[in-house]
Design a protein around this ligand. Structure first.
Ligand SMILES: [Zn+2]
Length: 479
């Protein structure tokens, strides 16, 4: 380990407003191309932007939830560049007086707790999208401006992240905070949360930063981690060979698992920022800020601490269960129906999250409701089914959405807890195995396990194992 990794993340988050940031066009995702547009977001000459108050309030919530100080005076600026998906020829953003500054997020990587600073949060508008034709459409490009003018915040971290794992954890904590406050749906597939990463290496002990590269548009947690891992490895090799890292923007190719140069510093844009003349400065008085502060709900960190004290579950479990608010709610609903928090936590972290992950589904779309999960757990408690059977029943519940009891009945899975029936099976097994019985009597006590196995087999796994053990012991000591 010769080098220290220095990572800073810039995260763009779409705010969950109904309408765009400077006009009243809808923000609905998936509409036909260019349907959600008007002269303002199409950049027609002479139109004037009007700031969406709800977007400002969402941005304020994001600032307060990440411990940022809100600037009572905000200004907007024009960032000029030409691109076909930007009809105005500039993007309205905030340069000198952003909405929030000096915040932080607490992370925990394998038990090591750390605070990552947030430099700033600013508001801006999104650009449109280019669609490149394929097959017979090859060589043609189309532009869809539905996304133009969608309200975004950009959250810029301090360069205090030191590993790909910390980057991933920072991002998942940030996502959880934004979801808890409901300022964004954070849907990465729909582009509501996008991440750029600045990465550099420096010899351990050196204060000055090394030359950095920027990875653009990482759209999943896994890619963020992998892309950074690859980039750290690449820069290490460059430095080891005595070469210099070139300051450039790189793209991550998730199919090949490599990063590729997109543009070097020489080609970097000069945006010619200047104050946006069409928008007045935005002032936020204390009363407004305090009113918004009151709307901040319990955040993931507080939620985690409460789960540990209130439900007496390990910190690790609490961390997994508060990764999203719907998941935390699911857990608490289960606990209210069946007050065995640790058992429930085990089921959620194990079978439930496993199935959801396989299916690429969110907890909101889980076919097994808290009511049906706890019904299953009650069947185990009553001794109707064993813990092992419950796993099979759970899989079936997940696939079909049927209640536990119905599946147990249909499959004839109920555990046999009728002692006379088990007694009969024990007798049959002992009669059928006279040699082993004699062996047992002559001191081969290990054969006890063999008899248990035979009885379980005879019952097709349905006999209550504890009862089999007990009745078998009784019988063998009697005779
Ligand atoms: Zn519009």
């Amino acid at each position: 380990m010769k080098y220290e990794t220095v990572i800073g993340l810039e995260v763009h988050v779409q705010l969950k407003t109904q309408t765009k940031i400077f006009c009243s066009c809808s923000t609905e995702f998936g509409r036909p191309a260019n349907e959600n547009t008007c002269p303002i977001c199409l950049g027609m000459p002479g139109v004037l932007p009007v700031l969406n108050k709800k977007a400002v309030e969402f941005a304020m919530q994001a600032c307060l939830a990440t411990h940022c100080q809100i600037n009572p005076c905000n200004t907007f600026d024009r960032k000029n560049y030409f691109y076909p998906d930007l009809p105005k020829g500039y993007q309205i953003t905030q340069l000198n007086l952003p909405i929030g500054e000096h915040g932080h997020i607490n992370i925990d990587v394998a038990g090591v707790k750390k605070r990552i600073g947030i430099t700033r949060i600013h508001m801006e508008e999104d650009a449109g999208k280019l669609v490149h034709g394929e097959n017979e459409d090859q060589g043609k490009s189309y532009v869809d401006l539905n996304r133009t003018g969608i309200p975004l915040i950009e959250i810029v971290s301090e360069p205090e992240i030191r590993s790909p794992e910390e980057a991933r954890e920072y991002l998942s904590q940030l996502k959880a905070i934004l979801e808890y406050t409901a300022v964004s749906d954070c849907n990465m597939e729909e582009g509501s949360l996008r991440c750029d990463a600045n990465i550099s290496l420096r010899p351990i002990g050196q204060k000055e930063f090394g030359t950095r590269t920027e990875l653009k548009n990482l759209n999943s947690f896994r890619f963020v981690q992998r892309a950074i891992e690859y980039e750290v490895e690449r820069q290490t090799q460059v430095l080891d060979q005595g070469d210099k890292v070139i300051q450039e923007t790189r793209l991550y190719d998730s199919d090949q698992g490599v990063t590729r140069s997109m543009r070097s510093k020489e080609e970097a844009h000069d945006y010619r920022y200047f104050p946006e003349p069409d928008l007045v400065r935005l002032t936020m008085d204390t009363e407004w800020i305090e009113r918004i502060r009151k709307t901040i709900p319990e955040l993931p960190e507080q939620n985690r601490k409460r789960f540990v004290t209130e439900h007496d579950i390990p910190e690790y479990d609490a961390g997994v269960l508060t990764a999203s608010q719907p998941l935390a709610n699911y857990f608490e609903e289960c606990v209210s129906l069946h007050p065995q928090p640790k058992t429930i936590s085990n089921w959620i972290m194990g079978d439930l999250l496993h199935e959801l992950k396989n299916d690429d589904r969110e907890i909101q779309d889980c076919p097994v409701t808290p009511g049906s999960l706890t019904d299953l757990l009650k069947l185990i408690d009553k001794g109707t089914i064993s813990g092992k059977m419950a796993k099979t029943v759970f899989e079936e519940m997940y696939q079909t959405g049927k209640p536990a009891e119905e599946i147990v009945k249909q499959k004839g899975m109920a555990q046999i807890s009728d002692s006379s029936a088990i007694d009969k099976m024990i007798d049959d097994v002992l009669t059928a195995n006279p040699q082993q019985l004699e062996g047992y009597r002559n001191g081969k006590e290990k054969l006890f396990g063999y008899f248990v196995g035979q009885v379980m087999k005879a019952s097709k796994g349905q006999a209550n194992p504890a009862l089999v053990n007990q009745l078998l012991k009784d019988k063998l000591t009697q005779q």
